[in-house]
Design a protein around this ligand. Structure first.
Ligand SMILES: N[C@@H](CCC(=O)N[C@@H](CS)C(=O)NCC(=O)O)C(=O)O
Length: 239
């Protein structure tokens, strides 16, 4: 029986970074993919119509799947991701789960300074990917999303920070992979969803992305039909 259960929806959203960490570090876990929407709403999301901020004014609980309506009140904050584990462990909030595994799996740097740098990157990465998610709820094309989130300015800074460590040839912090690297991989996945050529302007970041994405277990995860079926977020059909 798996040691942990990770509950998240059929999207990458705020769950994929945790899936990456667990897959890449051989953690025994059950990846419980919870349907978010009723079939009708799901089809609407995946069609060109999408589901945008203004649509939520008419939100009805039965838009959500029966499974999610049942599970929601049992989770800590009524949202996913949500993790359960040994000795009654229950953790909600993506970055709390990420940091838990960071400490447990030695993915949190070699000392306090490295840990602080990892925290710094996680904070800004979270802010950035959250802006991207918010932009998906606005009816606009992807170039307007790239413009409005100022993602390109942030990528310039992330690339400079990467280049300051080991000439950008390794990881973001120190000499071994950390939770910041998995978070960056997930962010860069989101950037590529907005524009397949987006990383071309940032060669060091692009090389980092390719190194992370081609780690054996990450590549295997990305090659599964399950992963390939995931959208960037639950409100529209954008992979
Ligand atoms: N601050 C939370 C946000 C979690 C969150 O927004 N979860 C969304 C999916 S990404 C959710 O559960 N939506 C369904 C709902 O609220 O009923 C985190 O970072 O984990």
């Amino acid at each position: 029986m798996a040691e942990y259960k990770l509950y998240y929806f059929y999207v990458r959203g705020k769950g994929q970074v945790i899936r990456y960490v667990l897959e890449d570090n051989d953690v025994s876990f059950e990846d419980i993919v919870v349907p978010l929407w009723s079939e009708e709403i799901k089809q609407r999301c995946l069609s060109n119509q999408g589901l945008y901020s203004e649509d939520f004014a008419n939100f009805k609980p039965d838009w959500q799947s029966k499974e999610w309506q049942e599970l929601k009140p049992k989770t800590t904050f009524g949202q996913l991701p949500y993790l359960t584990g040994p000795n009654g462990l229950e953790i909600a909030e993506c970055y709390a789960i990420l940091r838990y595994f960071g400490r447990k799996l030695n993915l949190y740097g070699n000392n306090d300074i490295e840990a602080a740098k990892i925290d710094m990157l996680l904070e800004r990465e979270n802010q950035t990917i959250t802006e991207i998610f918010k932009s998906l709820f606005v009816k606009q094309d992807n170039s307007a999303r790239i413009e409005s989130t100022k993602i390109c300015d942030t990528l310039v800074i992330f690339q400079k920070l990467l280049e300051k460590n080991n000439k950008g040839e390794g990881y973001f912090v120190g000499d071994k992979v950390s939770i910041a690297d998995y978070a960056m991989l997930d962010l860069l996945d989101a950037c590529i969803s907005l524009s397949s050529t987006m990383l071309d302007a940032y060669p060091t970041l692009k090389a980092f992305y390719n190194r992370m994405a081609s780690r054996e277990k990450i590549a295997a995860c990305k090659a599964t039909e399950k992963y390939k079926s995931f959208y960037i977020a639950g409100n529209l059909g954008l992979k």
